[in-house]
Structure formats: structure tokens, C-alpha cells
Write a protein that binds this ligand. Structure first.
Ligand code: GLU
Length: 512
């Protein structure tokens, strides 16, 4: 591909900071980012905050934190402005009016002075069974308080008086609005089905529709990847592009498939109901105090989260499922994004995390697991010891939180022992085996795995008991339950004194 052309690739993630970042939102970020990086382009974060009524404190910072956690760094953003700023729409307020006025001059938009009561009246008067929520469109507009229906004199008078108004697009009648989407290919809409959307609000702020088009133009966006829920707004955007900029340099659109939950579009409620996270990170809505769990705090690694999101709606065309960010950048292609909705499967999500925990180095896991144990107030001894433990149990952990149960017995004697798993096959011979074992282990010169194992096996032979029948009780004595890595490895790590203490205290419990 032509080098020069590649560097003209500019994509944007344009969230409205109104709450937590949903799986689908992060996937949109990711696909934008992968596409930009693959083509040596620029990835922009633009904050779409023109709807002041939906402002939510902390939501913007939350977005930055999520992107950081995912390892996605925008090339241009409010925090790192490039040459196309500001990157927060509220700070661009003054830029939009002239475009709305240009549309009015060209007869493609109009002033609308209707009050809330006028709009309510219009809706109730025009409501029919077939049309339960009538829209402000060609059939209605001439009956309303706007610059198309009122005389010029009245309009001028209203404007002079400072009567509040909005600017609406005048949707054409009986037109087919078509465009080419990179995923859906040829897409067409009937103009009659689309209402005269507000472009500029009474407070002088643009609505999303005007701002997104003007900003994509001014920021020279080449490709716009966004969720499929925006597809129905596309005809308004296409018309604005046509009216304002003659379609020149309109981005190529790609509407990404929905992420589906157990009952249609994946929702926050599904998460709460089925016990899985749907947000990238924990989020508490400051207005309602409603809490939504995040993948990060649930114990997912960012590598796994990115990987599982990439596969929700895309595949690399081979059997490969595990991809690092670098591999995704190399392999990603929009042609491989599916058209139909992508089903979110929590079990599969956990599989990705398990695989990524196994692939991660002990060094990388250490701070996360350390943090987990700190919240539980466990003394994890030396860093070296802790790291050895992590390396030994990571294969058994699906979530970071699993490290607690899978390794706490390396630091503290188990609180409970599954004695019921031992009692049915317990007998005097086994009792005597463990008593003698304690004496012999106490005498061992070096406490290494082979020595411990040899001592154990030799004694088992002497006692004519199969070692296999003794390993389960030994495991339960040291660990508390039927899990964990090789039992002699555990004994070796926890040390001689601790091993002997645990065996002796377990013998008392088994016999009670
Ligand atoms: N502000 C819109 C959102 O919150 C962006 C849609 C778009 O990318 O055009 O998702």
C-alpha cells in the first residue's frame, strides 16, 4: 500500500461520558485502535459531551483509566492534544453554529420555536394505532412553530425577542439515502422514515448528529467504526455530509455487530442476573449509587480481556484463538468482522483468562496476586517465596481471585480439613504410617523434594500400603482439600516444621 496514504488513516473512538464502559464500547475502541495501528494511522479519543443533561461526574476519567488498563493509548485526546483540538466537544461549542446556519441558508435546515407543550400536543393529536409516537417530519412540520411554517416577519420577530429555538434538519421527502458500509455493504434508508432531527439545541450546543459530522470532517477522520446501534442515525449523518461538505472526504463507515447476551442485546442487567461483568472496570453511578462489576476487578488480565473482545465479532481465519495485542494488530482486517451479532459466552471468556494466566510470567502476575493477598491480610513471606508459589499454582487459576484459594495454604495452615474424604479408608496401619513418617521426616538432613518423596515411598513399601492411598490423606493434611500441585513440592515449600505440625494436627482431627 502507498505509504503516504497509510499515514492519512485517522480513526476515532467518540464516547459520550455518561457512565461505565460496556464490553461493546471497549470492543469499538479496540477495533479502531487495531485498524489505526495496522495501517500506521492515528487513533483519536474524542469526548462527545454536548448533552449537558447527561453529564456524569467521573465518567471521563473512568474512560481514560479503562483505556490505560487495556493498554490502548490514543495518539490524540483531551489529555494529549494533537493539531485538531480541542478534543472535548463542549470546548468546541463555538465551531458548530456556522454549519447549522449554513444549512438554514441553503434551505436544508430551519429554526423551530416549538415549546415542550407544543411538541406534546403534536404527539397526542397525531397519535394513531399505526403511529403511536408521531415524529417531527414532513407530514407534521408545516403545522408547527418553525421558520418553514411561520412568515418571515414572525420568524424575525421571534429571533429578535430571543425566543428559544432549536435548528432542525429538513429531511427530504421520498428519497432513498444509501451508503456503503465496510461491514454491511450497501445500506439504504427511506428518508420519509427519518424525523427532522435537532442539530443545534436551545442552549447553543450542537446535538450529537451535527457535532459528529462536523468533528469527523474537521478532524479528518478517514474511517468511522462504531456500534450497530448507530446505523439508524447514519442517514442523517450522510445527508449532513452531503449538504455541508459535498460528501468530500466522508469517512468510510463500519457499523460493528451487536454483542448479544442470553436474551438479545447484552445488557448490564444480564451481568447482574447471570453473575458476570459487562463493564471493563468497576463503576458506581454517582447519581443512583448503582454498582456494576468490571472485568478488571473480577480478576481478568487485560491481555485476556482484549483477546476475548477481539474474537467477539472477528476471527483471524485460522484455528488460532489466542492473540496478543501485537498479533491482533498484525492480523486484524475489517473484512473478517462478522455482520451478525456476536454472542458473549462467559465460560469462553474465562477460558481466555485461564490461558492468559498460564502464558503470563510470574513477574507479571506478582503485583496482581500480591494486591489480592494484601486485601486479605495474609503474610505472604518473602518475594521469592511468593513468586515460587505463584509459578506453581498459576495453571490452576482461571481468575486472579482464584490465586487466594489455590495458594493461601502456602502461607497459613488450612482453616478446615476435608476429613470426610479421609475417614472412610482410614485404619490403624495408615495412622501408624503417618506417626512414623513424622519421626523420619524430622530426622531428614536435607529438606528437598526427592528426599521427602523417598522417605514417604520407602516407608509406604515397608508398611505394604500403596503410596497412592497415602498421598490423598497427606494432601488433605497439608492443603485442606483435594487440590493443589504435587504434594511433596508443597511439603518442601512450606518447610519441615510446618509440614510436621500440619500432619500432627490433622491426625488429631481425623481421630476425633
Ligand atoms: N457519542 C457516540 C457514543 O456515545 C459516538 C457514536 C459514533 O461513534 O458516531 O457512542
Amino acid at each position: 500500500m502507498n505509504e503516504n496514504k497509510e499515514s492519512n488513516i485517522r480513526v476515532r473512538f467518540a464516547p459520550s461520558p455518561t457512565g461505565g464502559l460496556h464490553l461493546g464500547g471497549v470492543r469499538t475502541v479496540l477495533y479502531n485502535y487495531l485498524f489505526a495501528k495496522k495501517h500506521n494511522g492515528t487513533f483519536i479519543l474524542r469526548i462527545e459531551d454536548t448533552d449537558q443533561s447527561r453529564f456524569v461526574a467521573g465518567a471521563e476519567d473512568y474512560i481514560y483509566n479503562c483505556l490505560k488498563w487495556c493498554g490502548i493509548e490514543p495518539d490524540e485526546s483531551p489529555e494529549k492534544p494533537g493539531s485538531y483540538g480541542p478534543y472535548r466537544q463542549s470546548e468546541r461549542k463555538a465551531m458548530y453554529r456556522k454549519y447549522a446556519e449554513q444549512l438554514i441558508e441553503n434551505g436544508q435546515a430551519y429554526y423551530a420555536f416549538d415549546t415542550t407543550e407544543d411538541l406534546e400536543k403534536m404527539r397526542s393529536e397525531n397519535k394513531t394505532e399505526d403511529n403511536p409516537s408521531p415524529q417531527y417530519d414532513a407530514r407534521i412540520r408545516m403545522k408547527m412553530q418553525n421558520s418553514l411554517a411561520l412568515t418571515n416577519e414572525v420568524v424575525q420577530q421571534y429571533l429578535q425577542e430571543g425566543k428559544p429555538y432549536v435548528i432542525r434538519i429538513k429531511m427530504p421527502e421520498n428519497e432513498i439515502i444509501s451508503f456503503n458500509d465496510m461491514i454491511h455493504h450497501e445500506v439504504s434508508f427511506e428518508s420519509n422514515l427519518v424525523d427532522d432531527k435537532v442539530l443545534l439545541k436551545a442552549d447553543g450546543m450542537p446535538t450529537y448528529h451535527l457535532a459528529v459530522v462536523v468533528d469527523d470532517y474537521l478532524m479528518k477522520i478517514s474511517h468511522a467504526f462504531r456500534g450497530e446501534e448507530w446505523l439508524s442515525s447514519a442517514p442523517v449523518h450522510i445527508l449532513l455530509w452531503k449538504y455541508l461538505f459535498g460528501l468530500e472526504n466522508m469517512p468510510q463507515w463500519a457499523h460493528l455487530p451487536l454483542i448479544l447476551g442470553p436474551n438479545g442485546k447484552l445488557s448490564k442487567r444480564d451481568g447482574a442476573k447471570y453473575g458476570f461483568p459487562v463493564y471493563a472496570m468497576n463503576w458506581t453511578d454517582p447519581r443512583s449509587e448503582e454498582f456494576t462489576e468490571g472485568f478488571k476487578e473480577k480478576g481478568f488480565l487485560p491481555e485476556a480481556f482484549i483477546n476475548l473482545l477481539a474474537m467477539l465479532g472477528w476471527n483471524g481465519g485460522t484455528e488460532q484463538e489466542l492473540f496478543s495485542m501485537e498479533e491482533l494488530i498484525a492480523e486484524f482486517s475489517i473484512e473478517r468482522v462478522h455482520k451478525s451479532g456476536a454472542k458473549f459466552d462467559y465460560e469462553k471468556a474465562k477460558w481466555f483468562n485461564h490461558e492468559w494466566i498460564k502464558k503470563s510470567t510470574t513477574e507479571a502476575l506478582y503485583p496482581l496476586v500480591k494486591n489480592l493477598f494484601e486485601t486479605k491480610n495474609v503474610n505472604t513471606q518473602t518475594e521469592n517465596y511468593f513468586k515460587t508459589v505463584i509459578g506453581l499454582v498459576k495453571e490452576r487459576c482461571t481468575l486472579i481471585s482464584d490465586f487466594y484459594e489455590q495458594s493461601v495454604y502456602f502461607f497459613e495452615a488450612p482453616q478446615t480439613l476435608d476429613v470426610e474424604a479421609v475417614r472412610p479408608k482410614w485404619n490403624e496401619n495408615k495412622q501408624s504410617f503417618f506417626e512414623i513418617l513424622c519421626n523420619q521426616l524430622a530426622e531428614l538432613k536435607s529438606w528437598d523434594v526427592i528426599e521427602i518423596e523417598n522417605c514417604f515411598k520407602n516407608l509406604a513399601t515397608e508398611k505394604s500400603i500403596k503410596p497412592g492411598e497415602l498421598q490423598l490423606p497427606m494432601r488433605i493434611m497439608l492443603v485442606g482439600g483435594k487440590f493443589g500441585p504435587a504434594v511433596f513440592e508443597i511439603a518442601h515449600l512450606i518447610g519441615k516444621e510446618e509440614t510436621l505440625n500440619r500432619i500432627q494436627s490433622a491426625l488429631t482431627k481425623i481421630n476425633n
